[in-house]
Design a protein around this ligand. Sequence first.
Ligand code: SAH
Ligand code: SF4
Ligand code: F3S
Length: 438
Amino acid sequence: MAIKEEKKLYIETLGCAMNVRDSEHIIAELGDKENYVITSNLQEADLILVNTCSVREKPVSKLFSEIGKYNLQKKEGAKIGVCGCTASHLGKEIFRRAPYVNFVIGARNVSKISTAVNTEKFLSVDIDYDESDYAFGEYRNNLYKAYVNISIGCDKQCTYCIVPHTRGDEISIPSELIVKEAQKAAQKGAKEIFLLGQNVNNYGRRFSSSSHETMDFSDLLNRVSEIQEVERIRFTSPHPLHMDDKFLETFASNPKVCKSMHMPLQSGSTHILTQMKRGYTKEWFLNRALKLRAMIPDVSISTDIIVGFPGESEADFEETMDVIRQVKFEQIFAFKYSPRPLTKAAEFTNQVDVEIAAQRLERLQSLQDEILDEISERKRDKVYAVYIDELRNSGFLAGRTDNNALVQIKGDEELLGQTINIKITNPKRLSLYGERVL
Ligand code: SAH
Ligand code: SF4
Ligand code: F3S
């Protein structure tokens, strides 16, 4: 086959870690099959891609403002493609609103990218398409920590969430493929493996074929930890409903599994949790979180919270604040509820006034700031083992402690990929600054 002329790809990724990994797959496919190389200069790009997110209204509006701007700035003849979750849910509506777009491919249709770039007005947004066994090429933004998908889609039907409508049903990726991919990344220098799925601790419920070995998420964690070169394992997102004792015990006892747990609370009110169809109560969530704190004194717990879900009263919101006070999360991703097309909650008639939601979000954030000040101040003068995985534009090297605190130091880029001891001299809310100690 004749070698194709080299072309340049500009890619913008919105949304979550799954989208980041999808973009890596796209870059690998286009590199291997179409001879594209990445550029950060929009004007020299032959192809401009936006990998989109739909989870709230904001990233959707961002898509249309971004591609409008790109269409004016692009070089003559350059193509524009839209992929990801908004591509899935808007489909051909994107061509209508932005007729200059050349192709639209949804999440879980990523393997069709090569066909898309070679076809006029290509559209493929099937959420039943099964890519769980597809062997994507190799490309990683960061050599030191590797994202590895363990499932696609999501089987839950949380009433506020569009993801099942953009990523389809949940299918677990065969463990042989996961282990092979983790092994390959680790041999190339990724001492940290980050396992990804919308619902990781539901792993193993369904595979694309019955010939695949079944195992649950705890067994998968243990299996990945047997890879010699892997030093750290992280994962996101687990679901609080599936945090049974076996899972918590594996998490606590496997030394390669980093001691930071994401526990997406969404709301502290059992009434609202029922309306959200989350499947757990406030008491179950607190029981799991406080058990983790008791089992692992150093554990860090992060969470996602939605404020102003339809019907949320002041008393419901206070239940959320109560969970925050009791658990003292190390990190909270909190957003105002955003009604999404195709979801049940968007039809609920008891929507909360946006002003009230904004005030609640502010109150939540100021409580969290107080908690964070206390947590970070406790780290002053302590020494942590930090795996350095990034050189930032600011010139600082950045890395994480085992329990996921972000630490930055001035230092030489030779330290990338190494675990070093750092004494915290300047703890800030969002990042700890320190000095290396030997
Ligand atoms: N599978 C993950 C969540 C993926 S979506 C889980 O269950 O935790 C990431 C986060 O976006 C969710 O945890 C939720 O807090 C937020 N989110 C989802 N839909 C939303 C909506 N309609 N409005 C506001 N936030 C939303
Ligand atoms: Fe959305 Fe719920 Fe699935 Fe998470 S578990 S992706 S919030 S439907
Ligand atoms: Fe992720 Fe956004 Fe899709 S959060 S799953 S990219 S809707």
